[in-house]
Design a protein around this ligand. Structure first.
Ligand code: DGJ
Length: 724
């Protein structure tokens, strides 16, 4: 197993062929962090003294405060004066936690995390390191899982109250790494509705820096991810240390640079507004964090995350399968539709080779605007005289699949559900109920609410004989209070809510294993690894403008593969930014994700429908490569006038390259685009032009581009290895 315990030196070495992670029990009992980086062969004495300034012989916990040491699970009250990973208030109010080694286990596989999505662990191995506070009987289990085929280390923490007094967890991060270098920069992903996951890099300085969410969801404002970059790290080279969290609720990713300029990086549940009561005998588990080391820059990091997500996170029928090409009626009709309009859209869709029609918001209750009916999941017979079932039958008869939008976590104040159960929403008793988009949030910490949702959504799905579900969530959540929780547990609401979401999603997705689920939160407002574990794709952003999508998909691809990113061709001028872009560019950019349409096909001229039919044939032929190939970002739309990306097959014999120029300029030489991932010794043919290039030429000299004519011009190349 790729985990060695060196008893003489009290060292654990976790490794695969490329990466090592080493920790050591100092003074025999406190786990110190020694090393994370390129694979080292062995833990010899020489290496130990070079890696750690502290050895058993010279180190005493009383003499050397933990404040100066790199630790694996820093707590509070025992000498470390920095913010720690675990903070627990005990029954007498004391918050000193003295965690010492109490045992360890090395076993194949990986434990599941109770109530939360987590990665599969087939072929992996896990070290569980148990630490115990002798005074209180509290124990912390640190779990580390190593994978041989991907450079990911999964970490989580399980706290068990083995004492006879209650305790309160004030913070429990999933992972902490105390780096021993002062030259790193921090990369995070931040944004807003319509411009999610934009990369920001800053040089680390003493003090605290990072990103977080208290919005009830992982959010569009910040992503549960961060990476620390060596000074020379860029897209293609240099050392990158990344952390991503498998969690959809309030989170924090933080780096604290101490007095020695050493950064402490931690990721996990947001401590602000959180606490958790732990009665004797109870356990609390953190979400899982994934640590990725790449010696090949951000590109290497992304390809590692992509491979890991494909192999160990996404699951079910569609995880690695072809995805249906869909048309969604939202930007085609908004709330203004009826059965005839939908059937006309479906007929045109069928004619151009689309596989699935998605009926978006507005099919239930009496929802003509966004101010009513959420929670009343009954068919609106004014719009759908034959009900969902009748519409679905007609669509299926055309040979199309049928998909349905739902927003199960919400309730409109103007709804039968709210009138019957005004206590079912998240609110603080006697205070104002904070609405957003004229809706309230159901309290999914309650079992009765969860049961209602499973039944109502399950019934709608059965009635509609649906093949696809878009699970939306359209507002931020102030976790102000729950009627069911006692006062001392009110700060558990945020985490209990998200556990409730996971339970409901699990019950519904497992009841309908044939259905393709796509998550959504006003676009990409809950775009995280936990959602991907439950639903293999997510609507990337409500901004469907091709150039904005170049930016959003570029940022999103830092962690997520194209198979997770919902991407649609929409109307021009675009409905979010008013920009006009060529249809071909919109299609090429949407091919960077799970492909679909979001416009009224029935209004398009025949010529555009023919173009669309051709795109659809292309997507179907290239889908395995586009969705599941190795992804390379070639030109960043954040750095200039162009954006380019490519997907390469695992055997390197086939590639699709996409290039977009934002503003056309006169009198410029046609550019050369240097490609990545190809074999320099092979020749490649551009399948559209028939031109043949050497792999070395494409890698080191570049692929000749056409000069852009008109703004936002796109070009795409399908390269195949020449074997004849
Ligand atoms: C937000 C989603 O992101 C949109 O695609 C659409 O489904 C609307 N909600 C419907 O209310």
């Amino acid at each position: 197993m790729p985990i060695i315990y060196d008893e003489a030196r009290r060292c654990f070495h976790l490794y695969n062929a490329r990466v090592s992670y080493i920790l050591r029990l100092a003074a025999g009992s406190v786990p110190l962090h020694l090393y994370w980086g390129p694979r080292v062969r062995a833990i010899g004495d020489d290496l130990l003294t070079r890696l750690s300034r502290y050895t058993d012989e010279t180190f005493s916990l009383h003499e050397t405060p933990l404040d100066r040491l790199p630790q694996e699970c820093p707590t509070f009250g025992m000498g470390d004066l920095r913010e720690g990973m675990l903070h627990i208030v005990q029954a007498d109010g004391a918050h000193a936690l003295d965690l010492r080694y109490a045992g360890h286990q090395i076993a194949p596989g990986k434990p599941e995390i109770a109530g939360m999505p987590s990665a599969r662990g087939d072929g992996a191995a896990t070290l569980t390191l148990t630490l115990r506070d002798a005074y209180s009987g509290l124990t912390a289990e640190l779990r580390y899982t190593v994978y041989e085929d991907v450079d990911i280390l999964a970490r989580s923490l399980r706290v068990v109250n083995g004492g006879d007094q209650a305790a309160t967890i004030e913070r429990a991060f999933s992972a902490c790494v105390d780096f021993q270098r002062s030259d790193l920069s921090l990369l995070t992903l931040s944004g807003a509705w319509g411009r999610e996951r934009q990369p920001y890099v800053r040089k680390l300085v003493p003090g605290e820096q990072g990103v977080s969410s208290v919005r009830g969801a992982s959010s569009a404002i910040a992503s549960p991810f961060m990476a620390l970059l060596a000074p020379d790290a860029n897209e293609e080279q240099g050392e990158v240390y990344a952390m991503a969290l498998c969690y959809s609720g309030n989170f924090k990713a933080t780096v604290n640079v101490d007095a020695d300029w050493n950064p402490r990086a931690m990721i996990g549940i947001q401590p602000f507004g959180f606490s958790w009561n732990l009665a004797p005998g109870e356990a609390f588990e953190t979400p899982e964090a994934y640590l990725c080391f790449s010696a090949e820059g951000l590109g290497g990091m992304s390809r590692t995350f992509h491979r890991f997500i494909r192999r160990y996170i996404t699951s079910g029928k569609y995880a690695r399968a072809a995805r249906p090409l869909l048309v969604n009626n939202w930007e085609a009709t908004y709330f203004d539709f009826d059965e005839d309009k939908l059937l006309a859209l479906a007929r045109t869709a069928k004619d151009v080779g689309i596989d699935l029609l998605v009926l978006d918001d507005g099919w239930f209750g009496r929802r003509d605007r966004d101010d009513s009916s959420l929670g009343d999941w009954t068919d609106d017979l004014r719009k759908l005289p034959h009900g969902l079932g009748g519409l679905s039958d007609r669509i299926h008869e055309m040979g199309l699949k049928f998909g349905l939008w739902v927003e199960p976590e919400m309730v409109s104040p103007d709804s039968d559900l709210y009138r019957a159960h005004p206590d079912w929403c998240i609110h603080a008793g006697g205070r104002m109920r904070v609405e957003a988009r004229q809706q309230l949030v159901l309290d999914l910490s309650r079992a009765d609410v969860r049961d209602y949702i499973v039944e109502a959504i399950g019934a709608a799905m059965e009635r509609g004989k649906v093949d696809y579900v878009k699970w939306d969530m359209n507002r931020a959540i102030n976790m102000s209070g729950s009627e069911k929780l006692p006062p001392e547990r009110q700060k558990e609401l945020g985490h209990r809510y998200i556990l409730g979401v996971y339970e409901v999603m699990r019950r519904i997705t497992s009841r309908f294993p044939q259905v393709l689920f796509e998550s959504c939160a006003s676009g990409g407002g809950r775009f995280d690894l936990a959602m991907m574990a439950l639903m293999p794709q997510a609507w990337c952003s409500d901004d469907t403008d091709a150039w904005m999508r170049c930016r959003i998909q570029h940022g999103t691809s830092l962690v997520f593969p194209p198979s997770c990113m919902g991407a649609h061709v929409s109307a021009s001028p675009n409905h979010q930014v008013g920009r006009s872009t060529p249809l071909a560019t919109r299609a090429m950019v949407a091919m960077g994700g799970t492909y679909g349409y979001e416009l009224d096909l029935t209004r398009l001229p025949q010529e555009e429908l023919e173009q669309i039919a051709a795109f659809n044939r292309r997507v179907k032929a290239l889908q395995p490569l586009l969705l599941y190939g190795d992804y390379y970002r070639l030109l960043s739309p954040f750095e200039g006038n162009e954006c380019a990306f490519m997907s390469v097959s695992e055997d390197r014999g086939e590639a699709v390259v996409t290039h977009v120029t934002a503003q056309a300029q006169p009198f410029v030489q046609p550019g050369l685009l240097r490609l990545r991932g190809l074999n320099p010794d092979w020749d490649y043919r551009d399948e559209d032009s028939g031109r043949v290039y050497g792999g070395d030429e494409l890698l080191y000299y570049g692929l000749p581009l056409k000069t852009a004519w008109g703004d936002y011009a796109g070009q795409q190349f399908h390269l195949m290895r020449v074997t004849d």
